[in-house]
Design a protein around this ligand. Sequence first.
Ligand SMILES: *Cc1c(COP(=O)(O)O)cnc(C)c1O
Length: 424
Amino acid sequence: MNHFTYKNKELYCESVSVSKISDKVGTPFYLYSTATLSHHFRVFDTSFADIPHLTCFAVKSCSNLSVLRLFSSLGGGADIVSGGELYRAIKAGIDPKRIIYSGVGKTKEEMINGLQTGILMFNIESEQELDRLQEVAAEMGVNAPVSFRVNPDVDPKTHAYISTGLAENKFGIPIKEAGKTYMRAKGMPNINILGVSCHIGSQLTQVSPFVESLQKVKRFIKALADHEINISYLDLGGGVGIKYRDEEPPHPEEYAREIIEEMKGFDCTLILEPGRVIAGNAGILVSKVLYTKRNEAKNFIIVDAAMNDLARPSLYDAFHDIFPVHVKNENIHDESLEKADVVGPICETGDFLAKDRLLPALSSGELVAVMSSGAYGFTMSSNYNSRPRAAEVLVHEDKFYVIRERETYDSLIKGESIPPFLDK
Ligand SMILES: *Cc1c(COP(=O)(O)O)cnc(C)c1O
């Protein structure tokens, strides 16, 4: 469910007209609905109400301070993957005791930051990383709370670039070898073992791979108990998919039902790290048509948003629905359609938002909404082709707020300098 709907042949976000926002803010811009974000968070979180759990929003999916503040106000924690995300999470007011630090390449400085902040735990992904954390914690004279990310070798049945839990992926420690790592960690003076974690991939549309990994992790936790290693947290990661096109992902309640069933009688707090399922359909990217053109092979709609704004189509061949902000008929499905590629101004053939898409005839100046762009949209954007990054706007009921200003040309060259030998 989301709060992007047509009223009087015009797209609205909650009670605000999308074109009104465009008049004030310009294009392109990301637009998020507070009602949708909160609804998705609440539905997900309350689905697990029957068992001890902690919902840590995956910051990398949508990391604006206001979005994080919203989840913090709803009792959410954060799953972070860098020192920058830790900085954001704390600035947004997220309780450090609800922060999980994931990622394969934490630096010493990032470890120091995490320890100083007093986060709930680090998800460690290799022996060398464990050694580094022991060293850092010893220098600081503190104990580091850890969980190890195990790789359960389960096929998530999703896009290869977003599969993380297969033996061939770089993530985690193979579950077969992880016992040794836990035994080593147990003997380390500054390491405090708290949990076991896994995250097998993103945009999963079936519950069974989650259940399969959960079963493997449970078996592993039982084996650890035989060696007097007691685990208090079981982190199942994120990865629940959403509907972009014709996928049929599980409803969070269905996902929760099966996971809760598996967790029965298992004395661990469950940690969840959802990103896409919360933010994906809570945001859109609004862009303006610049030109249309036609060659022998195709129609092209050239818009002012590009692969630097939304990388997913170029990167993963991802499908995003594209709707006109103004429609000619009450029912959008009554529009007469024409096949076209929707492309951006960037000098790359890979710069497209949609290929061979049936769309109503669009002309210069019209606005389009690229749907399902709330997750891995703005956060993956770049300045390629020296394009200032888009503004981010949050709607709450009948008001909208610019929660990140559009970048300026000055922000593009911030930090750059010309050395004296060239300064003539
Ligand atoms: C990316 C990521 C997530 C979030 O994944 P979604 O598919 O957006 O739910 C959770 N945990 C870890 C460790 C991740 O890397």
